[in-house]
Design a protein around this ligand. Structure first.
Ligand SMILES: [Zn+2]
Length: 428
C-alpha cells in the first residue's frame, strides 16, 4: 500500500516537473521573438520567464527533506546551458561574441547534448530531475528530427555576380572558406559551385552570417522565396483593398536595380496605410486568415505598428514559437502608417524610424502624403507591384543620395572586400 502511494506521488512529481519545464521553455522561446526583430525584450515576459525558471529549479531541488544541493546545481546548470544554446541564434542576429556565434551555428542539434546528463540523472533516480531532463530531451528531439535528413534541399548553381562575390570574399579558396565558416549549403564538384537551397519544409539559410557577416550575395533559393512572399502578401493586401507600397531597400532594388532585389537583401519591406475603414486589428485579422490558409507565419508588434510575415509554415500554437530558434528567416516586414498632420501638412506617419525619414510633429516619422498617394506601380521580381507615387522622392527622403551603393548592414570588413566586385546593374 505504502509503495503504491509513493509511486503515485513520484508520478505526480514527474508530471509536474515536465509541465513546469514545458511552460518555462515556451515562455523563453516566446521571448526570443524580440531580439530576432531587433527589439528589447518585453519586461513583463522577461519577469514571467525568470519566475518560471526559479519555480522549476525550486520545485526540482526542494523536497520535504529540505534543499538538495546536487539537484539545485544540476537543474540550474542544465537550464542555463540549454537556454544559452536555444537563445544563441536569436542573439546572433546582431554581431555577437564568438561563443554565441559558435552555439548559434550548432544550435539545431546542440540541445541534444543534454542527453548525457539525462542518462546520469536516470542512474541517480531523482524523479524530478528525470522529469526535467525527459521534457528537455523530448523538446530538443522534436526540434531536431523533423528537419532531417537534408535531402529536400534542391541544388542551385552559383554563377555570375553571386560567384564573383563569393570568390572575392573567399579570397579564391571557396572550399576553405566554406569549411572555416561552416557553410554547409555550398556544394563544390568538378569546378562548379552549387548551393543546397532552403525550402518551406527545411530551415532557412542563416542570413545574418552569410550576408551581413561574410558579405555574400543573398542565396538564390532565398531570393526565389522572397519574390514569392513579396507578391503573395501584396496580393493579399490587394484583395483586402488595403493601400500598400514597396518600402525601403526593396523599393531601392526595384528602382535602382531595374526591378531586382539588392544583391545583399535580407528581407522584403512593404508598407500599408490605415484609414477610417481599416483598423490595425482588422488588418491583422485579414492577413492572419490569408496567411494561415497558404502557410505563412504572421507575427504582430502592435505597439510598434509593425507586422512580420515569414515564409515558413505557422505550425501548431504554442509550439510554433519554436521558429524563434531558427538562424535565418525569409521574411517580409510590413510597416503600418496612419494619416496625420505635421506642421499643417498632411503626412503618412509610422512609429519606427526608417533610414533618414523625417521626424513628424507628433514624434513619429513621416513622408508627405502626395509623395506616396495615389500609389503607382513598378516592375519588380517578375511582376508589377504597388509603389509610392513618386518613388525617387520617397527614396531620397529615406536614403538621401540613393544612387550611391551603400552596404547597409554588411559587416565593415566584408563590405570593404565587396567593393572590389562591382555592385551595379551595368556590371551584372
Ligand atoms: Zn535559402
Amino acid at each position: 500500500m505504502l509503495t503504491e502511494v509513493s509511486s503515485a506521488a513520484l508520478t505526480i512529481s514527474f508530471v509536474i516537473t515536465v509541465a513546469l519545464y514545458v511552460v518555462t521553455y515556451l515562455s523563453f522561446i516566446r521571448l526570443l521573438r524580440y531580439p530576432r526583430n531587433w527589439r528589447p525584450p518585453s519586461l513583463a515576459l522577461s519577469l514571467t520567464t525568470a519566475g518560471l525558471v526559479t519555480l522549476t529549479v525550486g520545485y526540482v531541488s526542494v523536497s520535504s527533506d529540505g534543499l538538495d544541493p546536487v539537484a539545485l546545481a544540476v537543474s540550474a546548470g542544465i537550464i542555463a546551458v540549454l537556454f544559452s544554446i536555444i537563445a544563441a541564434p536569436a542573439v546572433a542576429f546582431r554581431p555577437a561574441p564568438r561563443w554565441v556565434e559558435f552555439l548559434a551555428r550548432h544550435g539545431d542539434y546542440a540541445g541534444l547534448w543534454v542527453l548525457a546528463p539525462a542518462i546520469a540523472a536516470y542512474a541517480a533516480l531523482n524523479v524530478k530531475l528525470l522529469g526535467l531532463l525527459a521534457a528537455a530531451v523530448a523538446i530538443e528531439l522534436v526540434w531536431f528530427l523533423p528537419r532531417r535528413p537534408n535531402d529536400r534541399r534542391r541544388l542551385y548553381p552559383i554563377v555570375g555576380h553571386d560567384l564573383a562575390v563569393l570568390k572575392a570574399q573567399a579570397n579564391g579558396d571557396i572550399e576553405g572558406f566554406a569549411r572555416q565558416h561552416g557553410i554547409d549549403e555550398l556544394v563544390l564538384s568538378d569546378g562548379t559551385v552549387n548551393w543546397r537551397g532552403c525550402a518551406k519544409e527545411t530551415l532557412p539559410c542563416p542570413f545574418n552570417l552569410y550576408i551581413n557577416r561574410l558579405g555574400l550575395n543573398t542565396a538564390p533559393c532565398c531570393r526565389e522565396h522572397m519574390a514569392e512572399l513579396c507578391h503573395y502578401v501584396a496580393s493579399c493586401l490587394g484583395d483586402m483593398g488595403v493601400v500598400h507600397w514597396l518600402e525601403g531597400g526593396t523599393l531601392l532594388g526595384a528602382v535602382r536595380e531595374n526591378g531586382r532585389l539588392l544583391a545583399w537583401e535580407d528581407d522584403i519591406d512593404l508598407s500599408v496605410v490605415l484609414d477610417d475603414a481599416r483598423t490595425f486589428d482588422s488588418l491583422v485579422a485579414g492577413l492572419a486568415e490569408c496567411c494561415a490558409r497558404d502557410g505563412y507565419y504572421v507575427d504582430v508588434f502592435k505597439n510598434k505598428r509593425f507586422i512580420a510575415i515569414s515564409y515558413d509554415p505557422p505550425g501548431v500554437w504554442p509550439f510554433s514559437w519554436g521558429r524563434y530558434r531558427m538562424r535565418g528567416e525569409i521574411r517580409l516586414d510590413l510597416a503600418v502608417y496612419r494619416h496625420a498632420l505635421s506642421y499643417g501638412k498632411p503626412v503618412l506617419e509610422r512609429k519606427i524610424l526608417k533610414g533618414a525619414m523625417p521626424l513628424t510633429e507628433s514624434g513619429g516619422y513621416g513622408v508627405p502624403r502626395e509623395v506616396v498617394l495615389p500609389t503607382s506601380t513598378i516592375a519588380f521580381l517578375g511582376g508589377n507591384i504597388a509603389c509610392p507615387n513618386n518613388p525617387k522622392e520617397y527614396l531620397r527622403l529615406v536614403y538621401g543620395d540613393f544612387g550611391e551603393v551603400v552596404y547597409t548592414y554588411v559587416d565593415a570588413a566584408a563590405a570593404k572586400t565587396r567593393c572590389r566586385v562591382a555592385d551595379s546593374p551595368r556590371h551584372r
